[in-house]
Design a protein around this ligand. Structure first.
Ligand SMILES: [Mg+2]
Ligand SMILES: [Zn+2]
Length: 199
């Protein structure tokens, strides 16, 4: 039987976003010393592994196209994230990234909400997309899940009215919402047990 995958977003899901005081925004970490795990990140991945999921991290890294991030910098951040997870006894199986941005080159098929990263992983590893899950903190993650045909959990602590406004603008309604990775794992575990989700 084909294996199930958990497609897990990186920034804002596995690791915390970094406050960029110069621009007043939350951004992805660009240096290893900026990497901090999100709460429950290691136990989340370990729980998914116990459930039999292949764990594939899927992340948009448009800084590569924009010239604000180099491949060695991205590799160093990924290595630091893997190191922090390893020190908590956890790991992913594979990490795939989109290096593109539509303002800095031709449109690609892998930038979430496009499903390219998920589809290529499914083709390479023979994954069952309909029984797989995508977990992320952005509506682009929900969009990629929908386009690839996986289940999805949006992990967010946004207030409902803020979330509803974002969803209305985006036109992409998440299947399930969880306040953190621990709750997301509980939802996936329950679904596997054949119990319907609370939302
Ligand atoms: Mg994210
Ligand atoms: Zn791409």
């Amino acid at each position: 039987m084909k294996r199930r995958a958990a497609f897990v977003d990186r920034d804002g899901t596995l690791n915390q976003m970094v406050y960029d005081a110069d621009h007043g925004i939350l951004d992805s970490p660009r240096r290893p010393n900026q990497v901090a795990l999100a709460p429950h990140a290691a136990s989340f991945l370990n729980g998914l592994r116990e459930l039999g999921f292949v764990i594939i991290v899927v992340t948009n890294q448009p800084g590569l196209a924009k010239g604000t991030l180099t491949t060695p910098e991205l590799d160093a951040v990924n290595a630091r994230l893997a190191e922090l997870l390893a020190s908590d006894g956890s790991r992913w199986d594979e990490l795939r990234y989109c290096p593109h941005h539509p303002d800095f080159g031709p449109a690609c098929e892998c930038r979430k909400p496009k499903p390219g990263l998920l589809l290529s992983a499914a083709a390479d590893h023979g994954l069952d997309l309909a029984r797989s899950w995508t977990i992320g903190d952005g509506l682009v993650d929900v969009g990629a899940a929908r386009a690839a045909g996986t289940r999805s959990v949006l992990v967010t602590s946004l207030k409902l009215e803020v979330l509803e406004r974002a969803i209305a603008l985006d036109g992409c309604t998440p299947e399930v919402i969880a306040p953190d990775l621990s709750a997301a794992l509980d939802i996936i575990r329950r679904e596997r047990a054949g119990v319907s989700s609370p939302i």
